[in-house]
Design a protein around this ligand. Structure first.
Ligand code: 8YV
Length: 326
């Protein structure tokens, strides 16, 4: 029989996933569940066949420097912007991710923010908890209506489309910007309007949601110039990657009232957050929890296992990430 691959997992995963991994592979867990240091990652890469990283691991060229044994990076998560794909390829390391199984959960989180920001959910909650609610009033806690508003989706992949489906049920009209236009039948099923020009879309929509991957092309895709194009009553939602938005420019736009609010699940320097965001009323902040459901994390773990098994059997893994895929 083939030797069991040596697998190092950088963070604690759901119990059932760890148990299954231990049955199938020669697994080493990071029992502390603290993000590994760069030195620990480099050391791990030199001692295993398969490394299972998460978004909190910076897998850069240094990790591959002495990684002779490493053959597979089976990422726990769909986003791979924390992995230097060029360095992985140069080192002959295959990279896989976990697409599909977190689509619905992430789209639900986007919807929660789309609903929660214009309706001032966090502000209302804070008021009640602070004991400062003095009773109902005809003009108290007014927010803005969702129904009939225009939603602009940046990135119309799996998650963007799942957001579109949900948004239509809430009476939003769907607009999207994507490098490629969707096939006509997909576009018409979603009743989505394609904007080739992002600037033009940004100027016309009421709520913007970012659902593209973070790549060299999408880094700071939304910055000072883009905020200046948006409507004053516009809201921006980001449950993709913080780095797609220039967080400093976002804080300036919010502080100056250039836009009305933001719903953020991700940040440019997680877990650090620009302190200005904490004091702005039209802002809802959650800690990178788009895929954080028991079911989702379990399914992500199962996908990681499936990728490792297919690879270990000598086949091309199901979810191999190709450079320039985004
Ligand atoms: C995870 C994610 O929370 O899949 C992603 O890209 O951002 C989330 O599902 C985390 O990044 C997994 O590593």
């Amino acid at each position: 029989a083939r030797p069991r691959p040596k697998v190092i997992v950088t963070r604690r995963l759901p119990q059932l996933v760890e148990t299954r991994m231990a049955e199938l592979f020669d697994v080493e867990l990071n029992l502390s569940d603290e993000p590994m240091t760069a030195a620990a990652l480099a050391d791990a890469a030199g001692r295993c066949d398969v490394l299972v990283p998460t978004v909190t691991d910076e897998i850069d060229a240094a990790v591959f420097a002495n990684s002779g044994r490493l053959k597979l990076l089976a990422n726990f998560g769909v986003g791979v912007d924390h992995i230097d794909l060029g360095a992985a390829r140069a080192a002959g390391v295959v990279v896989t991710n976990t697409p599909g199984v977190l689509t619905d959960d992430t789209a639900d989180m986007v919807m929660a923010l789309i609903l929660g920001v214009p309706r001032r959910l966090a502000e209302g909650e804070k008021l009640v908890r602070a004991g400062e609610w003095n009773g109902w009033s005809p003009t108290g806690m007014l927010g803005h209506r969702i129904t009939g508003k225009r939603l602009g989706i940046i990135g119309m992949g799996r998650i963007g489309r799942a957001v579109a489906t949900r948004a239509r049920a809430f009476g939003l009209t769907v607009h999207y910007h994507n490098r490629h236009r969707l096939p006509a039948e997909v576009e018409s099923a979603l009743e989505a309007t394609w904007w080739d020009n992002l600037d033009a879309m940004l100027a016309r929509v009421d709520i913007i949601t970012i659902n593209c991957p973070h790549t060299a092309e999408t880094h700071h895709l939304v910055g000072e110039r883009q905020f200046a194009l948006m409507q004053r009553q516009a809201y921006i939602i980001n449950a993709a990657r913080g780095e797609i938005v220039d967080e400093n420019a976002l804080c300036e736009a919010l502080t100056a009232g250039r836009i009305a609010g933001a719903g953020l699940d991700v940040f440019e320097n997680e877990p650090a957050i620009d302190p200005r965001l904490l004091d702005l009323p039209g802002v809802v902040l959650v800690p990178h929890m788009g895929s954080a459901t028991f079911e989702g994390r379990q399914a992500m773990g199962e996908k990681v296992i499936a990728n490792i098994r297919v690879w270990a059997d000598g086949h091309r893994p199901l979810d191999q990430v190709l450079e320039g895929w985004a």
